[in-house]
Every structure is written in C-alpha cells, then in structure tokens.
Design a protein around this ligand. Structure first.
Ligand code: NDP
Ligand code: GDR
Length: 342
C-alpha cells in the first residue's frame, strides 16, 4: 500500500527536503501552499509532475493554517497516514514585529491542524516542528528534559504548540510527536537567516559585487546542522513504535563570528574587512546559547548528525558562489533590496 503524507510548509526549506525524502521512499506527498501574488514554489518546482500524468506523486493544495475549516475538508479528502506540521512564521526577529500574526500561525495554527485531524475522524500520525528556541534563556546543553524559557513571541508560540501536541497525544491517544530541532541550514535556507545571509554575502563580495555586510549580535552561540539530514530524523520519529519527543542537534558550539570566519576564509576573504555592525539586527531579547544533546535520538531512532557547522558553512558558500554565476544582476538587486529585511 502506498503511504500518503501531508506536509504543511512544503514550500519552505525543510518542507522541500522532506518532500524529496518521502517521494524517494515511494510516498504520495500532498503539500499545503498559500495563495500568493507571486510564485512561491521555487523550492519544490523540481519535484513537480503534471497531476494529469499517472506517475504524479506530488500534489499541492491551497490552504492556510489560519483557515480551520479548510484544514478539516482537506484532511478528510487526502486521508494521510502521516501529517508533518512544518508551516510557521519562522523568523525570530520578525516575530517581534508581528507578534499576533506569529501567535496565530506558529501557535494557534497547530491546534487548528490537530483539531482538523480529530474532527475529520482520520487515523494519522502527527509531527510537530518544535524548536530549540523554546529553551531560550536556559543554558546549554539542552535536551528533552531541559525547562523552557522562551525569549521571543516565536519561542512562546512554539511552546504552546509543543504542549498542545503533547496534550492531544495524552487526551485522545493520538500518535503525535514533537521534534525539537536545533538550527539547521542548507543552500535552500531563507535568505534572511544569519547563515544564508552570510554565505550569500561572501559570494557577492568574492565576485566584487558587494563590499560590506551589516550584522547584529556576533556573540550568539548556535548548533548549526544540515537540514537534509534533519528531515530523516523527522520521518524516523513517525516510524517509531511509540509516540515520543526528540531533540535533533549536532552538539556543536559555534558563534556567529565563527560562522563568519569559516565562511569568508573558505572564499579566501577576511571577514573583518567587510563586516559592520547595525543595531537593527539586534533582538529586544536575545537567545545567547543553544547547543543540543541528541543522545536520545541516537539511542532510540539511530539518528545522528554527520555534517557539522564548518562543513555546512563550506557547502553553503560553494552553493552560493555557484548560484551567483547563474543569477546575473538579479542577485545583486535582491541583496540590496533585502538588506532591510534581515
Ligand atoms: P521556512 O520559513 O523556510 O518555511 C516556513 C513554511 O511555512 C513555508 O512553506 C511558508 O509558506 C509556510 N507558512 C507560513 N505561514 C503559513 C500559514 N499561515 N499557513 C500555511 N503555511 C504557512 O521554515 P523552515 O523550513 O526553516 O522550518 C520548518 C519548520 O520548522 C518551521 O515551523 C520552523 O519554525 C521550524 N523550525 C525550524 C528550524 C530551522 O533551523 N530551520 C529549527 C527548529 C524549528 P510560504 O513559502 O508561502 O511563505
Ligand atoms: P534563530 O536564527 O533566531 O536562531 O532562529 P537566525 O539565523 O535568524 O539567528 C541566529 C543568531 O544570529 C544572530 N544574528 C543575526 N541574525 C539574523 N537573522 N540577521 C543578522 O544580521 C544577524 N546578526 C546576528 C541572531 O541575533 C541570532 O542570535 C532559527 C529559525 O530557523 C527558527 O525558526 C528556529 O526555530 C531556530 O533557528 C532554531
């Protein structure tokens, strides 16, 4: 029997890697996409086959986590074996600008989807994209037993989603799990997250198309892993015998300054000649240090990260240097236009 999965957030970084993984395992994959005035499916376009083709295995549906009724009818129609809730307003800095929208999508959106599962009466396994941002101010190393202390509207919304997922597991016996994932990146990472902002700038500076890069807090410590490996961990959580919550992380410990140094050095550049401070990139409350302990996932799921931060930075720099060669002037226009967004 072909397994069916529904992915919310399929157009995002993780959604695209997860869709690839599930298609490679023979799944029929359904994705929720938002109607937008511009195309927003670039990350999954390479997977798309005309739905009239009998070989088509990927199907996209309009919908939004703010629209509960749509979620009910869609779930009843698709009847998936697995639901991956990856959709969210996922930018921490932006969550201070749009706190109510973030609460609605990143927090309440999860209970809309869980309720839709319950109301549609389907039997499905449910994955919630929980985050190391829930640990916030609690010092590292962080694991499944570490107390939460969120430091942003985003972190607080994710804590709500974490607990409501756990509550539905206990209240209704649902196979519902939280993957508590530490930062994971890739050449498909959104351009306004710090790693991609850096590796895109390295490519542009190397090509002589940009000179300066404006950044916020360089002292923040993060545990950056490779997104393509993390989606395998998500899938394994839903194949387990019992529903449970798991941390996925590399255990590495690097500052933003380290990431700058590794990335610039890989392109033969000195970051100190190009990086300047701009307070607009600071957050009202910062998360100083996130370093994960993923030993439970290793023991129970056999999952372990193999790409660590320095290699990841080099993969991303190489990809952005290559992408710039094919992007022409559009790239530079977009770097300039995007500088206010990060
Ligand atoms: P992205 O920001 O790349 O993708 C977010 C996705 O959510 C996009 O597909 C976006 O659609 C969709 N989306 C946003 N709002 C809505 C909405 N109201 N209704 C439906 N879809 C919506 O995130 P990532 O792929 O990096 O992360 C995936 C999930 O994992 C997120 O929930 C994130 O918070 C969480 N997470 C991520 C980590 C990371 O390091 N990457 C670490 C821990 C947790 P569109 O393309 O139209 O904008
Ligand atoms: P984060 O990712 O907040 O950890 O959330 P981000 O890459 O935005 O920031 C990481 C750290 O870098 C510092 N920083 C900057 N950040 C950005 N974006 N731009 C800058 O110019 C800059 N300068 C310094 C930040 O202050 C921060 O300390 C990500 C998201 O993917 C969440 O959805 C996910 O849940 C968590 O990772 C785990």
């Amino acid at each position: 029997m072909t397994k069916r999965a529904l992915i919310t957030g399929i157009t995002g970084q993780d959604g695209s890697y997860l869709a690839e993984l599930l298609l490679s395992k023979g799944y029929e994959v359904h994705g929720l996409i938002r109607r937008a005035s511009t195309f927003n499916t670039a990350r999954v376009d390479h997977l798309y086959v005309d739905p009239h083709d009998p070989k088509a295995k990927l199907f996209l549906h309009y919908g939004d986590l703010s629209d509960g009724a749509r979620l009910v009818t869609l779930l009843a129609e698709i009847n998936p074996d697995e639901v991956y809730n990856l959709a969210a307003q996922s930018h921490v800095r932006v969550s201070f600008d749009e706190p109510e929208h973030t609460a609605d999508t990143t927090g309440v959106g999860t209970i809309r989807l869980l309720e839709a599962v319950r109301m549609s009466g389907i039997e499905t396994r449910f994955y919630q994209a929980s985050s190391s941002e829930m640990f916030g101010a609690t010092p590292p190393p962080q694991n499944e037993g570490t107390p939460f202390y969120p430091r942003s509207p985003y972190g607080a919304a994710k804590v709500y989603s974490y607990w409501i997922t756990k509550n539905y597991r206990e209240a209704y016996g649902m196979f519902a799990v939280n993957g508590i994932l530490f930062n994971h990146e890739s050449p498909r990472r959104g351009e306004t997250f710090v790693t991609r902002k850096i590796t895109r700038a390295v490519a542009a500076i190397k090509a002589g198309k940009q000179d300066l890069l404006y950044m916020g807090n360089l002292d923040a410590v993060r545990d950056w892993g490779y997104a393509a490996e993390y989606v395998e961990g998500m899938w394994r959580m839903l194949q387990a015998d019992e529903p449970d919550d798991f941390v996925l992380a590399t255990g590495g410990n690097y500052t933003v300054r380290d990431f700058l140094q590794i990335s610039f050095e890989h392109a033969g550049l000195d970051w100190e000649n190009h990086v300047r401070f701009d307070e607009r990139y600071l957050r009202p409350t910062e998360v100083d240090a996130l370093v994960g302990d993923a030993s439970k996932a290793q023991e129970k799921l056999g999952w372990k990260a193999s790409v660590h931060t320095p290699e990841l930075a080099r993969i991303m720099v190489d990809a952005d240097i290559e992408a710039l060669k094919h992007a022409g002037n559009h790239w530079i226009d977009s770097v300039e236009l995007e500088s206010w967004k990060n």
